[in-house]
Design a protein around this ligand. Structure first.
Ligand code: ADP
Length: 774
């Protein structure tokens, strides 16, 4: 059945059945068609024009299938145009078109929709909906509500609805419109959708490529970010970052170190932050910064100085040493009164193990200072005191700064050990550097080559130690106040062992007082037969090994208490280690026991003289220094000049040589005091007269045989006593030192004070000479 309706040509849009479409109508011909429709049944036939550019489409420009639709709303616009909302009702074929009154009228025939149901159609619908959903997802242009409207269960309408949303050319939509079978329409829509999706995909790929190109400019930035991420992953950058932060935090904690130091440290930290963390240079800077940060620039321990307390501590820690303690207390008192650390530096001189270090520790304790100890033994380079410049590979601060760091405060007690063992060579004089360290005028701004910043040493209390005085460099010695600790007698050692060393070692080995005890006889036995020293270091070690072995026995079930007696000492320590020379020796010709002060305190020094055929030569071998050679020559001259009186063939020098030998072992550090011993040995050898073996002597000799005073009387007496000497010959002028010699030692020996060699010979040689001297 055909009807006649006004025709409205569509540009770019299509109206589908059941669809509500807003249209703008502006063309004259269309407005007329609309008008006449409004006058009739408000229905029009909407037909798309083939070419949308045509403003005035001719009959051939119009498709022959359209949709009959009803005008639901009409709004007249200013300027003559209208806005209408139309609803499609049914497809229709255009059978004929004619011009009438300035618009087209068409004869149309409504098309019967053919709807074939069935599973195939259903599956098709399903597929189309799915495709459509995919399309919506990929297309940004789709309105959100589009998917909701898919609740359509008529296949024909579904196809129409979907195609109306698609962004496709009019011709394609028209094709769908002209397909009357619902199933076929669905197929067409499905094809369209697939094609569209493909297009969208391509579009997306193109987009990505475009974006990539844009990104190239940002690529570097990204790469850098990535690099950081990688480094972070490897723990590098992060480490460095946190390291720098940590360093900065440490700088904060340093407190008020002053501008100069703070700025320097900040600068170095900044330098470090800019370096690759693994660079060699970074290692150097890092070490340097670490040094700067760990110096106690502002740290001081609260100082206290209570002389009575100091006295108590010194007493508690050390046996005897009355004079030494007194002098230390005087020294402290003076410093306290003058409230400054100017004035001489204390120097404790004495053989090893006499308690120099432990005295210094006690002083530190008594004055509330941290204690630090640095040995100067073997230091031969100024740089060891003052550091190497940082340009050096492996440069380090000098020992002073090292010690300060170790001390952790800027006012410690700094013990400089072995100042007498410093050597001087081409690399510079370390003692000059040390002088600067010790000088209160200069050490306020002590500059270490490595640190490069001045460090204030003026609050440090320096104490030095030495084994012997005469090798201390002169300018240093002048700056110091020496306190000599000569060594201990057997009795003193016994006390020290009983009261200090034994309890200390016992605790260190984890033993209780009620688990082990030791007899005095056992202690004395250890002192006499296992040690030979001026101090008590060896003794302490031996006691330690007794306790160690006893502890083991206790652990393996030996009943306690263990009582350490003489025989148990042997059990623990093995055979006696020290043989008593003098005591065991027989009187011999040409052998005299001299006495010397050595590094390890006083010592006995056997002097041997033999004669042999020759021409009056004096042969000197063994440990003779220059000074000792001098005194050997003096002795030789004296013997020659007094040959007749001494009962020696005055012409002996024409047929005999004299050989003087000092066996190795005892290394005397002072020269001339062996003079009378050498002379006596010569006379003994030349007259073939034995020398009393339990006698020892010391004294310088002049060309005329006068005996001059010597030093180290106490050390020598102790040494003689230690080896069982019973008679001691000393220069008359040394009588004033008598009180230095401990009472028990005096009691144990006969002391002879002499002023001439003749007296010596009388005492020392067995007989025969007696006949000639007088
Ligand atoms: P030095 O520094 O002179 O070589 P140390 O100070 O190291 O000697 O002393 C060695 C050991 O002997 C230390 O354990 C010390 O406590 C102890 N000692 C030395 N002299 C005495 C003493 N008079 N009283 C108590 N213990 C002492």
């Amino acid at each position: 059945m055909s009807i006649e309706l006004p025709l409205l040509p569509l540009r770019g849009v299509l109206v589908f059945p059941y669809m509500v479409v807003p249209l703008e109508v502006g063309r004259e011909r269309s407005l007329r068609a609309l008008e006449s429709a409004m006058l009739e049944r408000r229905e029009l036939i909407f037909v798309a024009q083939k070419d949308i550019r045509q403003d005035n489409p001719g009959l051939d420009d119009l498709y022959r299938v359209g949709v009959i639709g009803e005008v639901k709303q009409l709004l007249k616009m200013a300027g003559g145009g209208s806005k209408v909302v139309v609803e499609g009702r049914a497809r229709a074929k255009v059978l004929a078109i004619e011009e009438a009154d300035g618009y087209y009228r068409a004869t149309v025939e409504e098309v019967e929709e053919v709807t074939e149901g069935g599973p195939e159609t259903e599956a098709l619908m399903h597929a189309v909906v799915e495709l459509f959903e995919q399309y919506i997802k990929n297309s940004k242009r789709m309105p959100g509500e589009a998917s909701l409207s898919m609740n359509v269960d008529d296949p024909g309408r579904l196809a129409d609805t979907i195609v109306s949303y698609l962004d496709v050319r009019t011709a394609e939509k028209q094709e769908v419109l002209e397909t009357f079978s619902a199933k076929e329409r669905l197929n067409k829509v499905s094809d369209l959708l697939s094609h569209q999706i493909e297009l969208l995909e391509i579009e997306k790929r193109i987009n990505v490529r475009v974006r990539k190109q844009m990104e190239r400019s940002q690529k570097e930035y990204y790469l850098r970010e990535q690099l950081k991420a990688i480094q972070r992953e490897l723990g590098e950058r992060d480490d460095q970052q946190s390291e720098i932060e940590e360093l900065k935090a440490r700088l904060e904690q340093l407190g008020d170190v002053g501008e100069e130091i703070r700025e320097k440290i900040e600068r170095e930290i900044d330098r470090l932050a800019k370096m690759p963390p693994m660079a060699a240079e970074a290692v150097v800077v890092r070490t340097y910064v670490d040094w700067l940060l760990s110096l106690p620039w502002t740290v001081t321990t609260p100082e206290r100085l209570d002389i009575q307390e100091a006295e108590r501590i010194l007493e508690a820690d050390h046996y005897g040493l009355t004079k030494v303690k007194e002098r230390i207390l005087e020294y402290l008192a003076v410093r306290q009164l003058s409230k400054s650390l100017k004035g001489p530096i204390l120097c404790l001189v004495g053989p090893p193990g006499v308690g120099k270090t432990s005295l210094a520790r006690s002083i530190a304790r008594a004055t509330g200072r941290n204690f630090v100890r640095m040995s100067l033994g073997g230091v031969r380079d100024e740089a060891e005191i003052r550091g190497h410049r940082r340009t050096y590979v492996g440069a380090m601060p000098g020992r002073i700064i090292q010690g300060i760091r170790q001390a952790g405060s800027k006012n410690p007690l700094f013990l400089l050990d072995e100042v007498d063992k410093m050597a001087m060579d081409f690399r510079g004089d370390p003692s000059a550097a040390l002088l600067e360290v010790l000088d209160p005028e200069q050490n306020v701004r002590f500059s270490d080559h490595y640190i490069e910043l001045p460090f204030d040493l003026s609050q440090v209390m320096f104490i030095t130690t030495a084994n012997v005085m005469h090798t201390i460099p002169r300018p240093l010695a002048d700056r110091m106040e020496t306190i000599v600790i000569p060594g201990y007698t057997e009795e003193e050692k016994l006390h020290i062992a009983r009261r200090y060393l034994w309890p200390k070692q016992r605790e260190q080995h984890g033993l209780q007082e009620n688990q082990i005890e030791v007899t005095d006889r056992a202690l004395t036995y250890v002192i006499r037969n296992y040690t030979q020293e001026a101090g008590v270091r060896q003794l302490e070690r031996e006691l330690g090994s007794i306790l160690r072995k006893a502890a083991r026995e206790i652990l393996t079930g030996r009943p306690t208490p263990i009582r350490v007696t003489r025989s148990r000492v042997q059990h623990y320590l093995g055979p006696e280690r020290v043989r008593h020379r003098a005591a065991e020796q027989k009187d011999q010709v040409g052998i005299v026991t001299g006495l010397a002060v050595t590094e390890v305190g006083g010592d006995v020094m056997p002097i041997e003289v033999t004669t042999m055929p020759g021409k009056g030569q004096l042969l000197l071998t063994g440990q003779l220094g220059d000074v000792m050679q001098e005194s050997a020559r003096a002795a030789f001259s004296y013997v020659r000049s007094r040959a007749r009186e001494l009962g020696i063939d005055p012409m002996f020098h024409e047929s005999l040589d004299l050989h003087v030998h000092v066996p190795e072992g005892a290394i005397p550090k002072d020269g001339p005091s062996a003079g009378i011993a050498i002379a006596t040995a010569m006379v003994s050898a030349l007259t073939n007269t034995p020398v009393h073996s339990d006698l020892a002597m010391t004294g310088e000799i002049t060309l005329r045989g006068r005996v001059l005073p010597v030093g180290g009387i106490k050390e020598k007496a102790l040494a003689a006593h230690r080896v069982g000497i019973r008679e001691l010959i000393l220069p008359e002028d040394n009588r004033r030192d008598l009180e230095e010699i401990p009472r028990p030692v005096q009691r144990a020996m006969t002391l002879h004070f002499v002023s001439h060699l003749d007296e010596v010979l009388q005492l020392a040689l067995r007989k025969r000479v007696e006949d000639h001297v007088g």
